[in-house]
Design a binder for this molecule. Sequence first.
Ligand code: ZN
Length: 843
Amino acid sequence: MRYLLGFIACSLFVVSTLKAQSPKNSSATDIYHSIEKLNFLGTALYIAAHPDDENTRLISYLSNNVKARTGYLSLTRGDGGQNLIGPELRELLGVLRTQELLAARRVDGGEQFFSRANDFGYSKQPSETLEIWNKEAILGDVVRTIRKFKPDVIINRFDHRTPGSTHGHHTSSAMLSFEAFDLANNANAYPEQLKNTSTWQPKRLFFNTSWWFYGSEEKFKEADKSNMLHMDVGTYYPMLGMSNNEIASLASSQHLCQGFGRLTSRGTEDEYVELLKGDLPNDKSNLFDGIDTSWSRIDGGKAIGEILYDVQENFNFKNPTTHIPALLEAYQLLQKSTDEHWKELKTDEITSIIASISGLYLEASTMSPYTNAGEIVDVQIQALNRSDIDIKLKSLFLNEQSINIDNVVLNNNKSLEKKVKLTIPTTTKFTSPYWLMEKGTLGTYTVTNTELIGKPETPKAFNAIFNIEINGIAIPIVKPVMYKYAKPEKGEIHQPFEIVPEATASFADKVLIFANASSKRIPVTIKAHKDSISGTIELKYESGWQVDKNSQPFTIAKKGDEQIVFFTLSPPATENESSISPIIRLNGNEISKELVTIEYDHVPTQTVLLPSEAKVVRLNIEKAGENIGYIMGAGDEVPTSLEQIGYNVQLIDPTTITKESLQKYDAVVLGIRAYNVIDELKFKQRFILDYAKNGGTVIVQYNTASRWGNQFENIAPFKLEISRDRVTNENSNVEIIAKDHSLVNFPNKIDQADFNGWVQERGLYFPNKWADEFTPVLEMHDEGEDSTKGSLLIAPYGKGNYIYTGLSFFRELPVGVPGAYKLFSNMLSIGKDKVEKKEKIKG
Ligand SMILES: [Zn+2]
């Protein structure tokens, strides 16, 4: 991060585009760059599956070198990944990664789109992906994006012809793009979309190939390239003071939660695209060759082009205001064009260039980050002209509300400031990410308002419309109402202005495990989003469960404050899974939402409303042993889960491990990828293995095969080789092959039913070779694949036991999968049956 900031400070261009939370300022070179882009009427769309799949080098090249309007359609928001910088997972991670993509596009100059597809987890085959995604729906979303964005060329990141060679989502993205290329122009396909958009035929479809897809650089060198285009994307932009690769690396480095901060490559860089559909260009370094990308392509464009090419040709860097009359003339001509698509886009671009040239600063800001429907808030208006151009503010609207400002002349550098009242209509919807407003399926988000599909984020609820007159020509400029404040250590911050409920409620634990019949005291946190509220809260639960109180009153004096109330929940007598949710009754409204804030420096603060609920699970778990030592690896929630079923779990700092320090534990568990991420374990491994030898139980969860071999040959006391074997279908059949082993009998009897209801996958990175000392316990496989016995291996070692498991306990325990709890409890209890037997004999 330090490196990144230092780097940014050197580059004006990036400073102006990178800071998400500040208004954009444009230097004369930025303005010139915008004029070059204004004069290129061509569009490219890049398509892949996840945030970070996109080739930022090519996107930046198309946007900054070719000057094309360039978009990235990421079919998913990356909800299924892991998060290296904070606690957000699943849909919240999707919200964060959406913003990281937007941050990347602010750097490389692209635009961002999504489909409704959910990144539900790994799939080996596109057939599996497309079944879970609902192919018809997602294909429709790709068609819709093409019809709206109207790209001349489309570039797929992945190869549609090689299913099984990469993540099923990847191949699916290419297959859908291949199909949508023709469907977009077919009026019989998805006809309902044509109410709001029109058919479109892109000219060319490419696959962004590279040596990687050929297995080696040698093989790629020899490959037939007659159907390929080749570009050097390592180009340097003197205007920007950066090379294309430097911009691309900065863009990629916005994917912080995926750990994508990386070194920048500089110098020549080859990029290849293979033609899949359309005609092969004569100029095999130009994707747009033969496509009219001049102003002449639109109705009335020729005259506009004559004006604007001249502005570009004779651009006055010292005093760009000299171009205002010409830009205004082009603006007026453009309004007469019948080409609605280009008219809208280019009107926005010219408006923004005129505003930049005149240093026009327009802002509508609130004093609070959020309010409620029905409230009245103060909005601070600022309008400032920083040029000698004749500019008037004719009128001002906040959405439809007219604000009393009449025809004010904006004199050079004399700020117009005014505080006005904004009434939030009682019908205003909460401003949460639109794709999370309704419950979706495993593979697809539900979006009722089809006009929102494809958009990266929910459009801002409130906008200020400044009706400006420049040299007598009326130009409306729209600015979202935002929240502005200063942090002493960070300076001025601009953040979205949100509409939230008057109060929200949340559970501290999203899954509550009842290991036996004992009741639990459940804290519920009520948060006020308005001053002086009072109401009642109750718990909604299903039959069989019991709560001590029906309803409790609460009163909170100040906006932002919280109150915790407790309910005692008793489980049913037998095993059961259901859910509870809080219901707040306030001023005649019923609220059952929780509010989550996502706050990082590299993206704007996000406010997300989610249904507030907790899963409650009544189990019948037997366990032996009490004290568990846990060595955290890459991060998982297993310790909390074990505490829920009554274990005493202590996190072990690896640096403190000594010969004696582990003896007090009944078992020592290593968190996921511990050997991949903790170098210290190199030095402490012998103590861990000695602990097992002396009678302890060591349980190692999955590690990846990379960084393995040489460093951690002694990860297990006997030979054990990790492979990339994984079973990704969470419903795949599991066979218990060591039926008599204590691991599946004590203290809980494990049977087939315990493998029901698993989520996301069975497990990953299973060993495929092991010494005879190990007993494989389970056998499983994905459909059409060889079965693997490496998911759960146990070996006696000295007086104790060593267990290696790639089963995804880190996914199953946090969501309360009963069978996973029983099996984990058995692993922790291994060896204790002998102790019990001995005690019985003695007694
Ligand atoms: Zn991917």
